[in-house]
Design a protein around this ligand. Structure first.
Ligand SMILES: Cc1cc2nc3c(=O)[nH]c(=O)nc-3n(C[C@H](O)[C@H](O)[C@H](O)COP(=O)(O)O)c2cc1C
Length: 164
């Protein structure tokens, strides 16, 4: 069995989760930035990580996801400033699932990730985003140990699905 763990990460949060997933995966594995993946074949499962941007998948990650050949088994993970299991990351996953219509999606995992100060300041200036700015500030210490442990549990669940 072979796994690819690939991610897009601007400030390192999603990369941390990718590394936790890689640590938990006991298949042969490659860990790569999504921009560095040229060949999607030869893997029994591909883990794909992205930070939620504007309630969605960042364009650079979306463009790569669109290139994955039909029928591949994938599992998504993301980090986001907003609360876990909230509506905002859910929208991003729905977008990712839309991009992956031709893929076999085994599952998805999300946890919070520290939001860059410049983003929080910009959010605060716009009253429309004030509630979200408060939520974003609360992500300061994430991903934390619990998040990374949960990511490992997710990885194990996904491996069990591949083997089934
Ligand atoms: C341009 C931009 C837009 C963002 N939009 C959202 C958003 O819509 N919802 C959310 O929960 N977090 C949002 N965030 C926060 C990031 O998803 C979060 O900080 C993430 O952990 C960053 O991951 P990275 O360090 O791997 O880049 C945004 C961050 C940036 C930079």
């Amino acid at each position: 069995m072979k796994a690819l763990i690939t991610y897009y990460s601007d400030t390192g949060n999603t990369e941390k989760v990718a590394r936790a997933i890689a640590d938990a995966v006991d298949f042969d594995k490659d860990v790569r930035k999504i921009s560095d993946v040229a060949d999607w074949t030869g893997y029994d499962i591909v883990f794909i990580g992205f930070p939620v941007h504007a309630h969605s998948v960042p364009e650079k990650a979306a463009a790569q996801i669109a290139k994955i050949p039909q029928g591949r088994k994938v599992a998504f993970f993301s980090t986001h400033g907003s609360l876990r299991d909230g509506i905002l990351p859910k929208q991003a996953f729905e977008h990712a699932l839309g991009l992956a219509a031709k893929l076999t999606v085994l599952g998805h995992f999300g946890c919070r990730g520290k939001v860059a100060e410049v983003i929080i300041e910009a959010l605060k200036k716009n009253p429309q985003h004030s509630a979200w700015a408060e939520e974003a500030a609360g992500a300061m210490r994430h991903p934390d140990e619990n998040d990374l442990a949960d990511a490992g549990v997710f990885a194990v669940q996904m491996m069990a699905k591949v083997k089934a």
